[in-house]
Write a protein that binds this ligand. Structure first.
Ligand SMILES: [Zn+2]
Length: 400
């Protein structure tokens, strides 16, 4: 039986449509791998039931840090913080080390607590936050305060505290990869930023670079009015996974969480903010990196990270156990579901075009966009092509 030319056209059109749909589906769906996040994301709600992160504990660690005084590099408070974090993580079974550096006349110390999984040649994940507090409150409204060191409750006792609380949970997680908890120093001194993270990246061996599947940074994550923005630069896969997890955790405005409750407006990834933070040095090495950061602390104020930022107002009463718990649970979920183990070749990123003049003290809102625009265009194009083709075939066959 030989189909008529019109029929043959229709068959071709249907075949083409099917191919297009399959192609689009393949392009859009993530790569599946054993024990990967793509497997686990189907059961995120089950994982969420097992989360143990305790925001009250983390908040106590924030208060303790502020209580010991400004943690400026080389200070007694800085040494006391390291001594305490070292004692606790060593007791938990971590291998703890320090590295000393000097840059721009600042002597500083990075602190590392390594959790080794039992797997051989394991991948590793680096979780980082800065533990130094800024030496000058140069954004304070009161001029006489501007030479004083900030209390640094949110910037960055919050991130350092979330890491310590996660350190308490990691040993019982049975992870198949190593975790390096990296409390970096000298992020925020005078006009010198991210010195500790840069020193770490500069001294990373090629073997360590290749083993490091992601660099996850926490900065200013304790704000009682928590809003996490889409920080540029950052790895797209990590960002997509953060959004997926945050939705189920009730951190995305009006999106139902696992309990069916509408989410809070915490993860606001429609707002992209350019921040040259600690994660940039890993990012430049091609390590998938992300910065979880609240870029509006206090009231929004143009050209700053909010009215409390780098002022004497950065005190523990502005930080909440609830906010610390949201971020802690998000990262804990990521740890348990392998969300931060990114198996992709080093990206020849096209998002490296960050203005060199931006740094942690001069935020820029890069752009506002809703969802993944590029992907929507592909899907829309495919959809309309199919409609157009079918209409044409329909029209052509009727015309004969
Ligand atoms: Zn700061």
């Amino acid at each position: 039986m030989t189909p008529s030319p019109q029929r043959r056209w229709l068959v071709y059109a249907k075949g083409f449509t099917l191919a297009l749909i399959l192609f689009t589906a393949t392009a859009v769906s993530p790569v599946q791998g054993e024990n990967s996040f793509d497997d686990h994301q189907l059961n995120l709600c089950e994982f969420i039931e097992t989360l143990e992160f305790n925001g009250t504990n983390a908040n106590e660690t924030v208060q303790w840090q502020v209580g010991i005084g400004p943690r400026t590099p080389g200070s007694e408070a800085s040494a006391l913080l390291r001594a305490n974090f070292t004692t606790e993580t060593e007791q938990l079974g971590y291998t703890v080390s320090e590295s000393n550096h000097t840059s721009h006349g600042i002597e500083f110390t990075n602190l590392f607590a390594r959790w080794n999984s039992s797997a051989e040649d394991a991948d590793q994940l680096v979780l980082s936050a800065h533990y130094d507090s800024r030496n000058i409150a140069d954004r304070d409204a009161n001029e006489t305060n501007r030479s004083l060191p900030v209390p640094g409750a949110n910037d960055a006792a919050s991130g350092a505290a979330v890491l310590l609380e996660l350190a308490r949970l990691i040993p019982s997680m049975n992870l198949t990869y190593d975790v390096v908890i990296f409390w970096n120093d000298a992020e925020d001194q005078n006009n010198n930023y991210t010195e500790g993270a840069k020193a770490w990246a500069d001294n990373l061996t090629v073997e360590e670079q290749e083993r490091t599947k992601a660099f996850v940074l926490l900065d200013m994550v304790g704000d009682a009015d928590l809003q996490l923005h889409n920080v540029h630069p950052g790895n797209d896969t990590l960002k997509e996974r953060i959004v997926i997890m945050a939705e189920d955790l009730g951190m995305v405005d009006d999106v139902a969480d696992c309990a069916g409750q509408p989410g809070e407006d915490i993860l606001r990834y429609s707002t992209t903010v350019g921040v040259l933070d600690d994660h940039v040095h890993a990012h430049e090495l091609g390590i998938p990196s992300i910065d979880l950061m609240d870029t509006v602390y206090g009231e929004p104020k143009y050209g700053t990270f909010g009215t409390y930022w780098h002022t004497m107002e950065d005190t523990p009463d502005k930080v909440s156990a609830e906010s610390l718990a949201y971020v802690g649970r998000l990262v804990e979920l990521g740890l348990r579901t392998n969300a931060f183990i990114i198996e992709e070749p080093p990206s020849t990123t096209d998002d490296d075009n960050v203005d060199d003049e931006q740094h942690q003290s001069t935020p820029t809102v890069v752009e506002h966009e809703e969802g993944n625009r590029a992907l929507s265009y592909v899907a829309m194009f495919a959809f309309f092509s199919v409609i157009a083709l079918l209409s044409y075939v329909e029209w052509a066959s009727k015309r004969r």
